[in-house]
Design a protein around this ligand. Structure first.
Ligand SMILES: Nc1ncnc2c1ncn2[C@@H]1O[C@H](COP(=O)(O)OP(=O)(O)O)[C@@H](O)[C@H]1O
Ligand SMILES: [Mg+2]
Length: 246
């Protein structure tokens, strides 16, 4: 098992944002994680990536207990995550932003640059590599956010609404990119509101609501699940899977 998150909880003062979420991920899987706003999806990613320490439960990555490890230790072990709000250095060039990720495994600047250039090429950012990141629109920023994480050479990639705000044709391009990332052998957990993305990419889906898992199954099982429909999707999606969630 690549990731074993058991009964993970996290509270913020009196608010229990996550109350006992469990997820096992096998190497090579693409797992979808869905749920309404505030369900605890990003909090779960924050815990798995070490950006937040869980208040309960434990997280094993490749049998190593990472529950209380730093974000850097998580990254070194091979857990990479995108941020819902891209963590872009707007005044740096696109290449330099990707180098920030590459430095994790390549302390030498030239090595980091070479590694970053490979990722830039892979993610289709080559034509704009030397432009300041602030010149990118939404799709470019989303792509750069993915590129920065890929440059850390993750084994497990957590995508937190990395496709949000894209037009339908940009979404198709992004789906193709996710498939190419997966084809490199990277295991993926993807949080996405666009049901089409989840239905297309995920082999297995987990549904969060108010900090707990309310359903798991194949994408088809999940869209047909009454509790999910009520909590999140709206009735029309039971008949019309593939449409965009609210
Ligand atoms: N750093 C934080 N401090 C206080 N409350 C937070 C923090 N992060 C998230 N929350 C709260 O935890 C709950 C879950 O949020 P989040 O994990 O971002 O949900 P989702 O990603 O599913 O939309 C929400 O009620 C949110 O307001
Ligand atoms: Mg979120």
């Amino acid at each position: 098992m690549l990731l074993r998150a058991q009964n993970v909880s996290r509270s913020f003062g009196a608010l229990l944002a996550l109350s006992g979420a469990s997820l096992d991920v096998t190497e090579g899987e693409i797992v979808g994680l869905i749920g309404p706003n505030g369900a605890g999806k990003s909090t779960f990613f924050n815990c798995v990536a070490g950006d937040l320490t869980p208040t309960g439960g434990n997280i094993l990555f490749n049998d190593v207990d990472v529950t209380r490890a730093t974000p850097e230790a998580h990254a070194k072990l091979g857990i990479g995550r995108t941020f819902q709000v891209p963590a872009t250095f707007v005044e740096l060039s696109i290449l330099e932003n990707v180098m920030v990720g590459a430095f994790l495994r390549h302390p030498d600047r030239n090595d980091a640059r070479a590694a970053a250039l490979e990722v830039i090429e892979f993610t289709g950012l080559k034509a704009v590599a030397s432009a300041p990141a602030r010149t990118l629109g939404t799709p470019g920023r989303k792509r750069l956010e993915i590129a920065r994480v890929l440059a850390t050479q993750p084994k497990l990639l957590l995508l937190d609404e990395a496709l949000a705000g894209l037009t339908p044709s940009e979404v198709q391009d992004a789906i193709a990119l996710v498939r190419r990332i997966h084809a490199k052998g990277i295991t993926i957990v993807i949080v996405e509101h666009i049901m089409e993305v989840i239905l297309t990419l995920a082999q297995r889906v987990l549904v969060f609501n108010q900090g707990v898992t309310i359903a798991t199954g194949t994408p088809r099982e999940v869209v047909d699940n009454t509790a999910v429909i009520e909590a999140y999707l709206g009735r029309r999606h039971a008949r019309n899977a593939g449409a965009h969630a609210p």
